[in-house]
Design a protein around this ligand. Structure first.
Ligand SMILES: Cc1cc2nc3c(=O)[nH]c(=O)nc-3n(C[C@H](O)[C@H](O)[C@H](O)COP(=O)(O)O)c2cc1C
Length: 177
């Protein structure tokens, strides 16, 4: 059987992760409700990206091992919250523990179409999405959301870079070249 180049990369996993980490990203929290139990679901996600303006679409990717994956594949809508620099504690909280612990003591609200969301005035933006498409790709699933409502306000962003939160954007002088 022949192997493609992609099956036999000439670099180790850790090197690949470190190379990917050179790309800085923002940080989001995706919230939804379990379709059967209505328990809140939420996790920290940095793989968010815009996809289409017309119609408005975004994407994010979820590891196939995520406990919430079966529920997320079937529920109707979710809200993606873009975090500001002052919400670093939430980014950490929504990446560990049980889903119920993640929501403990937090104010919750509803987006216009009824989707469970964080009621936190520090978010830079939020998008209420219809859970429209899923595509399995390697060890992740790509979720494509059709944006039904969104809101934003100017806030300093929370940035994730080189495997850590980056609250001090580089202040190197701009190159003249
Ligand atoms: C800054 C940051 C970004 C993350 N981005 C992602 C991501 O894009 N996709 C993903 O599957 N997990 C991501 N994670 C890990 C998930 O938040 C974590 O594994 C979560 O527990 C998954 O949900 P689960 O409890 O349903 O398994 C990220 C964690 C951190 C701290």
């Amino acid at each position: 059987m022949s192997h493609s180049i992609a099956d036999n990369p000439d670099f180790p996993d850790r090197y690949f992760r470190s190379a990917l980490g050179r790309f800085p990203s923002g940080v989001t929290i995706v919230t939804a409700e379990h379709p059967d139990t209505h328990a809140p679901l939420g996790m920290t996600i940095s793989s968010f990206s815009s996809v289409s303006l017309q119609p408005p679409m975004v994407l994010w990717t979820l590891t196939q091992g995520a406990a919430s994956r079966p529920a997320l594949l079937t529920l109707e809508r979710y809200v993606i919250h873009v975090l500001s620099a002052s919400q670093i504690h939430l980014a950490r909280r929504f990446a560990r523990g049980s889903h119920s612990e993640r929501f403990e003591g937090l104010a919750l609200g509803r987006a216009p179409n009824g989707t469970l969301m964080l009621e936190d005035p520090r978010c830079s933006a939020w998008f209420e999405c219809h859970n429209s498409q899923h595509h399995d790709a390697g060890d992740h699933t790509i979720f494509v959301g059709q944006v039904e409502h969104c809101h934003y306000q100017p806030k300093a962003p929370l940035i994730y870079h080189a495997g850590d939160f980056d609250l001090t954007p580089a202040s190197e002088p701009l190159s003249r070249n």
